[in-house]
Design a protein around this ligand. Structure first.
Ligand code: NDP
Length: 434
């Protein structure tokens, strides 16, 4: 903490890992002797840069860009870019640290990184977003490459932004390579990449339920967010026979007790991806309740899928969820549960999966996009979906293997942290003090 003052989210992410690894480290002193954990919390490289751009009226704006290249022990740096006005270096360090363990869990050869900018895409025209992305990519291009660092999307960065950044990179380098993932299907993207995080989170929830001989079928599901991850989480819940009843954005939550069906989901996709509208418009259109400035956690449910942002479930909201009978929480977002909320879920012994396990499907399919780019070929929807499902099942098995207590209850946080750590730590040991 003394070395990284004021970095609350980074401390929170590291503390969770240290707490769950401590027993394992005592039994495996070689990692302690080589100071593996101390090395893992220090980014290999942090890049910070100025991003100047002009709006449509010719006014000059200066934003700040970041890329945290956290760990490359098992592969090139890999992780998303986030454009959101609230970000800072601390947020990117927490995300990059989580990403290292998550990427390891996928079993694909990817190191961890994360980056982005305090640019706010909300309310900007396409041409403003393009000029910002081009300026951002002009500096970023020096630091990334298909075998070095491969960024992807995250909050505020979708297909549009990846397109603008990829275009600028290609122009600067005069090469067409798989340097970004999340590309369009016609220019190097992978089928199922947009769906992967949301689908993967629901596949993971289904795996957890299978351990209780249960399934998503017939379950009431609360979902937060209404962006990429949330939309495809709704879609997969519907595929598996569940009933999604909420969605949210930074303005508030809609509650649709009849369920968000496929037609309503198509409306949400148009509203959010095309018109870039607000979720309260759903409440107006379908005449359902809208809770301004509230999150979905007071709504009664069996399964909760937080898919918006970090620390969006407080300790008291976790208590409300538990009181209302929620017994499955699978995190589509990164670290959506506060430290207090996470401990409430763990102490209650419910099926609780941390983001680094439950939302790893996104980066896994990004890894598959990289493979397809290298081979200059593309797999079918079914092939990619099948691989995604296998990867999520495999992550689930690893969590059970490393997280099952003597009482039979699986601590998925512990399981994910140990399984993710071992592969990276062994690679670091083998590669010497670098
Ligand atoms: P999007 O930008 O597509 O959607 C984000 C959603 O969360 C929006 O509905 C947004 O509302 C809401 N949101 C963002 N910040 C806040 C906030 N501070 N308070 C309340 N609501 C907020 O992002 P994604 O769906 O891609 O990402 C969602 C989460 O999933 C993030 O935690 C991300 O790191 C994680 N994730 C994403 C992956 C991916 O493949 N995209 C992979 C793995 C994890 P509004 O529009 O009002 O801002």
């Amino acid at each position: 903490k003394a070395k990284n003052p004021g970095e609350a989210e980074f401390h929170q992410a590291v503390l969770e890992v240290v707490e769950t690894l401590s027993e394992f480290l005592v039994k495996n002193p070689r990692y302690v002797e080589a100071k593996i954990l101390e090395r893992m919390v220090e980014p290999e490289r942090v890049i910070q840069f100025r991003v100047p751009w002009t709006d449509d009226k010719g006014n000059i704006h200066i934003n700040r860009g970041y890329r945290v290249e956290m760990n490359s022990a098992i592969g090139p740096y890999k992780g998303g870019l986030r454009f959101h006005p609230t970000i800072n270096l601390n947020i990117f360090k927490f995300l990059a640290f989580e990403q290292v363990l998550k990427n390891s869990l996928t079993s694909l050869p990817m190191g961890g990184g994360k980056g982005g900018s305090d640019f706010d895409p909300k309310g900007k025209t396409d041409s403003e977003v393009m000029r910002f992305c081009q300026s951002f990519a002009t500096e970023l291009a020096r630091h990334i490459g298909p075998d070095t660092d491969i960024p992807a999307g995250d909050i505020g960065v979708g297909g549009r932004e990846i397109g603008f950044m990829f275009g600028q990179y290609k122009r600067l380098r005069n090469e067409f390579t798989g340097v970004f993932t999340g590309k369009g299907i016609g220019w190097g993207g992978s089928l199922i990449r947009p769906e992967a995080t949301g689908y993967g989170t629901v596949y993971f929830a289904e795996e957890m339920l299978k351990t209780k001989k249960d399934s998503i079928n017939g379950k009431t599901v609360t979902i937060s967010g209404s962006g990429n991850v949330a939309q495809f989480a709704v879609e997969k819940v519907l595929d598996l026979g569940g009933k999604p009843v909420t969605l949210s954005d930074s303005g508030g939550t809609i509650y649709d007790p009849d369920g968000i069906d496929r037609e309503k989901l198509e409306y949400v996709k148009m509203l959010k991806n095309y018109y870039r509208g607000r979720i309260y418009e759903y409440a107006d259109k379908y005449n359902v309740q809208y809770f301004e400035n509230e999150r979905p956690w007071s709504v009664k449910c069996d399964v909760a899928l937080p898919c918006a942002t970090q620390n969006e479930i407080s300790g008291s909201q976790a208590e409300t969820l538990l009181k209302n009978g929620c017994f499955v929480v699978a995190e589509g977002a990164n670290m959506p549960s506060t430290y207090e909320a996470e401990h409430k879920f763990l102490n209650a012994g419910i099926l609780y999966a941390p983001g680094k396990a439950a939302n790893a499907g996104g980066v896994a399919v990004s890894g598959l996009e990289m493979s397809q780019n290298s081979m200059r070929m593309s797999w079918t929807r079914e092939e990619v979906d099948e691989k995604l499902k296998c990867i999520m099942e495999n992550i689930h098995s690893m969590c059970v293997e490393h997280g099952k207590g003597s009482n039979g209850v699986v601590n998925y946080v512990k399981g994910a942290n140990i399984a993710g750590f071992v592969k990276v730590a062994d690679a670091m040991l083998a590669q010497g003090l670098v």
